[in-house]
Ligand binder design. Sequence first.
Ligand code: MF3
Ligand code: CO
Length: 273
Amino acid sequence: MFGANRLQLKSPDELEVMRRAGLVVARTLAAVEDAVRPGITTGELNDLAEDAILSSGAIPSFLGYSEPPYPASICTSVNDEVVHGIPGDRVLAEGDIVSVDCGAIVDGWHGDAAVTIAVGETSPEASELMRVTREALWAGLAAVRFGGRVGDIGAAVEAHVRSQGAYGVVEDYTGHGIGTEMHMPPEVPNLGGTRGPRMRHGTTLAVEPMVTTGDQATTVRPDEWTVATRDGGWAAHHEHTFALTERGVWVLTALDGGAAELERLGVPYGGPD
Ligand code: MF3
Ligand code: CO
């Protein structure tokens, strides 16, 4: 299954199962997005996400992951937190932004996605940060083509962010291959300057730019999971899992498979009609 270029290639049947996992993630994140409001705790968001995943017959991939075992089913990273924030008693306040990351397993196949959500009305600066990060993710997805390099994705992500202002692009964490595990080779950097393996039909990757209002440097909090900016700047994180098919790009964790956004960007949509 792993070619010489280290990418696990999936058959059309395997992609159908990954799409089911991706849809569980997409629907769970939509439910979380609906529930976010001032006064709700990140723990309550975790509970509703866990219910959504389990009631779909899927398994939350984050729960018990790695060492020390990750203790929840989603990550909730607030304001200056970049990724891997642990849900708990924190009450979300008007103007906060919360990055919610979710992973699910269906019949052994993984989906992984994240979105940054405004709590009530947030500042223009925070709204811009979220917009730039979301656009950078789609710029990365739009750079995917058969025979192209994984490094093309990071180059497109970085170029978009740089075109929008003085933002930081986090270097310490990257996107990744995904399939029978959540994290598989290769890394998918969010910066240009790497080549990486060539993408083929059946390549599946998670693209996940993390963008900051200040410097890109990060630190891990004493809980051993929460990643925050060193300088206290705010961060946004948007992620999708995609497949490259013979038809084009299929965004497995988007409700519509990415059809609308890819059309807007002039990129062939790779999923079923
Ligand atoms: N889903 C994250 C990523 O995008 C990783 C989550 S780590 C976990 O790669 F511990 F929360 F599972
Ligand atoms: Co990921």
